[in-house]
Design a protein around this ligand. Sequence first.
Ligand code: 5AD
Ligand code: SF4
Length: 470
Amino acid sequence: MDRGEMTVPQEEMARQAEFAAMVRALPHRPGSYHVVTYGCQMNAHDSEKIAGMLEEMGMVASEKREDADFVIFNTCCVRENAERRALGNVTWLKEVRKQKPDMVIAVCGCMIQEPGMAETILKKYKFVDLAFGTANLHKLPEMLYETLNAGKQTVNVEDRDVIAEGLPVRRLRQDAAYLTVMYGCDNFCSYCIVPYVRGRERSRDPETILREAEELAASGVKEIMLLGQNVNSYGKGLPGNPTFAGLLEKLDGIGIPRIRFMTSHPKDLSDDLIDVMAKGKHILPQFHLPVQSGNNEILKKMNRHYTREQYLDRVSRLRSAIPGIGLSTDIIISFPGETEAQFEDTMSLVREVKFDSAFTFIYSPRTGTKAAEMEGIIPDEVSTERIQRLISLQEQLQQETLKRFIGQEEEILVEGLSRRSRLAVSGKGRHAVSVTVEGTEQDIGQIMKCRITNLKNNTLAGERIPGGKA
Ligand code: 5AD
Ligand code: SF4
């Protein structure tokens, strides 16, 4: 399928807008909504689109799910526990609905896109009114209209890789925004379900992305987070073969104060990208670079297409081009057959790199992936013990790495009041580390200059630099 066919035609988007108006005009439509989101930033952004569409249909946000007339679960299936949690919460709502019989319940997202899940929903979760996969998101107005009219379960799962432009977005934050650059993933890491549920890689047109970024800039957004499962392979299949590095350079020229992106695959991290980051004015000095394992045999079995040595080379290139860069990673332990020595290779890589933060996961078999067929399942006790060792090593190293910020100036985008003190606010610095500073509600959404003064329990604290609003 070429890109032209992937993009949902304008006429179809207009048809959906008509359905939205029809839902709005229905006398018994839901008046309020609540979106429950699981998983990654992609899902969080999809939820913003869902909220945007529902508001177009006349609904208002409800803070609590049990108070809403329409509750939608935007699910994740990357690891089994995310899936279990979602299904548990959906089932819990069935009880709530006994008191609120008009409540409409919908389930969408990656989990629905899993093979066999639609049938399961039809049979086992009969109380779910509407279920649809990631490729159908833009059809929510039509699906909801049918559900409300027909009064029977609607299940809609399509396998098509689409790009739907122009959906309304109800942003979670006014100061920061997500901006998707590409959808899907072609990497097929052997443990990962994403390529099966999010489809093939497809990149958005660079001009459309730039226009969206300009609109965000004009609306006063201070930070954009560029999204893609593998942003480094942006541009594949587009006319003129644009690259992520090229796109980032153009975005940097718009003048939005802070630009971040995720996720990157080490095998596709080009020198060009590092150079653009080093030269950029607004691209933040931070990088999320999932390593997954420090052992070459395991990396091979994971189908990651790089070695430990190549990963370390990328890290040193990043660090020499962008001194002090904030580095974070994802790690999976207990991949099938992982020996103690192989796990120790991951520990030694963590010791060597000294990440600012690491997201650590115990391997979770996903039906349909290559790894799910592999032998050598690691017993739970071994996994629990290994992950504890890894987490405590990371915490201990973090104490060291974060010390480099003490005495330094940082610029934070204030996210909210600190959880520890009512007279303090916290936000992310340019290097992606959280900093707590004295402040009030009025500082939320502002960029604040501060000097880091100390580190307590792996949390940095700073002092505001007077007049230091950036
Ligand atoms: N089991 C455990 N962790 C997984 N991840 C992806 N698939 C699995 C799985 N089957 C982790 C990877 C990825 C992160 C988003 O989730 O570390 O980078
Ligand atoms: Fe999954 Fe690998 Fe694609 Fe990341 S790069 S989404 S881990 S298949």
